[in-house]
Ligand binder design. Structure first.
Ligand SMILES: NC(=O)c1ccc[n+]([C@@H]2O[C@H](COP(=O)([O-])OP(=O)(O)OC[C@H]3O[C@@H](n4cnc5c(N)ncnc54)[C@H](OP(=O)(O)O)[C@@H]3O)[C@@H](O)[C@H]2O)c1
Length: 253
């Protein structure tokens, strides 16, 4: 339950081993968020994330098996989390994969799998979360989108389209929840140096999981609907979206 001065006391992460999500949890726990539920594919990384939350001061840090591509199993995972841990103040939807564009173009089934991972499956989870949060009458859903969804780029349009879909879904979800006590914050990071981008050349205005987490925690506190991370990308992409297609399609990989 959110405390008297508005600080969340529980968080459920969909994609619990995500570096960005772990940084968000590391920021929330010292501010009295003592219950941490990490839903993800079972792995040492997921277990280590739970151990890190406990070490940071969480009183409960549990892992829950969750795979975004198991759509049929998703509502039960979400219901079990809310039934077991009580009110959940914050849900962070962080699961996602970048994929290799050339490989995905050559393998339509792999591309469909990525789309399910990043969008279809996650959307099903978010609807289940929204239903539970509506019933409890409060909470905030944080959806990690990407600037890649602001305008699909030739070099990564498959990933970009998943983020466009997820982002549009989250915008509509947020509007549908107005008046319910539940809010949605959409996070649009740029290039984040970490596991997902390992070995890639950093894009301009690249950032870190910690810096994104700091922006997310600020957005949770203020109840912002949309946050770019870093903030300057809001203006960069406002311009990018206006570029003629003939120029945009020449954008480097
Ligand atoms: N890194 C960037 O530059 C960047 C920029 C903009 C937006 N984002 C978005 O930020 C979010 C977090 O990314 P990150 O940077 O923290 O990278 P990350 O550490 O690689 O996190 C990705 C997370 O997604 C999980 N995941 C992948 N497929 C899944 C599936 N089928 N079911 C459940 N979980 C699954 C991974 O779990 P496993 O450990 O099981 O693989 C991992 O927890 C992603 O949605 C990403 O698209 C990242």
């Amino acid at each position: 339950m959110i405390d008297a001065i508005g600080r969340p006391q529980s968080v459920l992460v969909l994609g619990g081993s995500s570096e960005i999500a772990q940084a968000i949890v590391a920021g929330l726990v010292p501010a009295r968020c003592k219950t941490v539920v990490l839903a993800g594919r079972p792995s040492e990384r997921l277990d280590a994330a739970a151990a890190a939350a406990l070490a940071a001061g969480a009183t409960t840090a549990e892992v829950v098996a969750y795979d975004t591509t198991d759509i049929a199993g998703t509502p039960a995972v979400i219901d079990a989390a809310f039934d077991t841990f009580g009110d959940i103040d914050i849900v962070v939807a962080a699961a996602g994969a970048l994929g290799d564009q050339a490989a995905l173009e050559a393998d339509p089934l792999a591309a469909a799998d990525l789309i399910t991972t990043n969008f279809t499956g996650l959307a099903a989870g978010l609807l289940a979360v929204a239903g539970r949060m509506r019933r409890q009458g409060h909470g905030r859903i944080v959806v990690i989108s990407s600037v890649a969804g602001d305008r699909a780029r030739k070099a990564n349009y498959i990933y970009g389209s998943t983020k466009s879909g997820l982002d549009a879904f989250a915008q509509g979800l947020g509007d549908s929840l107005v008046g319910s006590g539940v809010g949605v914050t959409i996070v649009r990071p740029g290039f984040v140096k970490g596991r997902m981008t390992e070995g890639m050349d950093a894009a301009p205005f690249s950032t870190t999981p910690d810096a994104v987490a700091s922006d997310v925690i600020g957005a949770i506190a203020s109840g912002a609907n949309v946050v770019y991370s870093p903030g300057i990308l809001r203006w960069v992409f406002a311009v990018m979206k206006l570029l003629p297609r003939a120029i945009w399609r020449r954008m480097p990989a």
